[in-house]
Design a protein around this ligand. Structure first.
Ligand SMILES: [Zn+2]
Ligand SMILES: [Zn+2]
Length: 337
């Protein structure tokens, strides 16, 4: 059987619409009929060549929602027809010190969906069943897709930023719009910091329960207990440290960031912490997907047809997506407005 896929042949070039043979599941894998695939900023970093080790040619996409249609040898975790999600972490060796201490997100041999493994910008994909998640009921495919990276890695960032009440979110895109809802549900005060003049994102933040929304650098957002930097802009790091109360933490949530400018030790002094968050663990996924329906997290999505993936990436690059961008594939494409 043939399938439609959007393929990266060379970083820096647009994805090419291609017809490929459908992949067959190897041992331990399931084959998934893709219904929706979220478009992540990381996809942009891969397509633009800022993440430099993709397999080529590559099918990007690591926020995949679909149904299991075939199981490889020994794959018994899911039944045919189950709705599953495929996240960024697609495989880890299970043997190293990190894996054995439930930190498979740090495994040096880890392989990532839509980077070293073909992802969900296609009608069908295969995935290691151990790294797939059941999708909570009550989420349509389109709305579930952004939970799988924007939600899940955002949730890991929220966990690692600590439990302080005053939380700053730098950049208000797909991840922040989800994590804002979780943080408000936890009783925190959210300060959403965006580019000057990005009133759309600021308005969305207020709609989702943020205490305050405004431009980066505004003196209203001070004495924060924690801050998560979602935007891939290194100059936001000293900015966020300056806005932090003593003992607070800045978490950098993205996989790529422009260089961080030098800053005076004084803004780190006072037991402030600066850290990154890398990838996700299966525990993060299980916890977050159990929590999301209880909040309940409502994702706002802009949908694009699979063949329009390049357009979706351009919109994300230009900051023109409200909430999260999602590709509709197969049956979901017919159902989408
Ligand atoms: Zn490992
Ligand atoms: Zn992602």
């Amino acid at each position: 059987m043939a399938m439609q896929a959007m393929v990266l042949e060379k970083p820096g070039e647009a994805l090419r619409e291609t017809v490929l043979d459908e992949p067959a599941p190897a041992a331990g894998q399931v084959a998934i009929r893709v219904q929706a695939c979220g478009v992540c900023r990381t996809d942009l970093h891969i397509v633009d060549g800022e993440l430099s080790e993709p397999k080529l040619p590559l099918i990007p996409g690591h926020q995949v929602v679909g149904t299991v249609e075939e199981a490889g040898e020994g794959a018994e975790r899911f039944a045919i027809g189950d709705r599953v999600g495929v996240p960024w972490l697609g495989w880890a060796d299970g043997e190293c010190a990190y894996c054995r201490s439930a930190r498979e997100n740090l495994c040096a041999r880890a392989r990532f969906t839509g980077y070293q493994l073909d992802g969900g910008y296609a009608e069908r994909m295969v995935a290691d069943e151990r790294f797939c998640f059941p999708i909570p009921e009550g989420y349509p495919d389109l709305q579930a897709a952004p939970l799988l990276c924007a939600g899940l890695i955002g949730y890991r960032s929220l966990r690692l930023v600590g439990e302080g009440e005053r939380l700053g979110l730098y950049g208000f895109g797909a991840s922040a719009h989800i994590i804002c809802q979780v943080a408000v549900h936890q009783g925190r005060k959210v300060f959403a910091l965006t580019r000057e003049g990005d009133t759309d994102a600021q308005e969305l933040a207020r709609e989702l329960g943020a205490e305050w929304a405004g431009a980066v650098g505004d003196p209203e957002a001070r004495e924060l207990d924690g801050a998560i930097v979602f935007a891939p802009v290194g100059s936001l790091v000293p900015e966020a440290l300056r806005a932090l109360a003593r003992g607070g933490t800045v978490v950098c949530a993205g996989i790529h960031m422009s260089d961080i400018p030098a800053f005076p030790y004084q803004i780190l002094w006072g037991e402030r912490t600066l850290r990154s968050v890398a990838n996700l663990t299966r525990r993060d996924g299980e916890e977050f997907l159990a929590l999301a329906p209880r909040v309940p997290v409502r994702t706002q999505v802009q949908s694009y047809a699979l063949a329009d993936a390049n357009h979706a990436l351009d919109e994300l690059r230009g900051g023109r997506v409200r909430g999260a961008a999602v590709l509709t594939v197969g049956a979901a494409a017919q159902a989408a407005p």
